[in-house]
Design a protein around this ligand. Sequence first.
Ligand SMILES: [Zn+2]
Length: 210
Amino acid sequence: MASFHPDADLLLRYSAGTCGAALQLAISSHLALCNECAYAVQRLDAISGMAISEAQPTLVSKKCLQQIFDRCKTPVTAQPAAQVTDTYPAPLSGLISQNPLKWESRGKDIQQAILLKEQSGTVAYMMKIRKGAEIPEHNHRGDEFVLILEGSMIDQRGATLRGDFVTTDAAFTHKPRAGDDADCVCLVVATGGVKFTKGLLRVLNVLPWQ
Ligand SMILES: [Zn+2]
């Protein structure tokens, strides 16, 4: 069972459909691995449904009404069956089955594959870190959300394992390390880049996985 979860605000934004495509992917993938959060979202969805059913009718413009009707008429395209693997939860494997991962090396220990980029600059990507390897000390230029899918990642908050959803804000400085047992594979959503705080990388401020 996961030990790290999206907070209540994130789950609420997910249920309301306002968290953006990248976080939608990461949270739905977490829900596939976490019964506790899946149940919480079911309850939030039910509450939203009740609120809608009890809402008072309101007048909308002709144009708005037409747009709603147009959207209802848009045909739904059949999606190919999701390729569910032991490693990737269904929402993620569904995306990968349509857009196979293109892994790129970022240094000798890290590989990255972009999943999607939002217009806002938020990006979702897969990251693979060689077992036992350490990412140099850094903080962030925005929020970062990491879903562990394979292996483990360790920093001052402890070890995070498959299914854990870890939120890191810009003020947090860490030097995460992949566990020694297996390569760590994770899904990352970042609203900004990373900022190295020590050594040559600090001087160059190279962003190896952007
Ligand atoms: Zn959870």
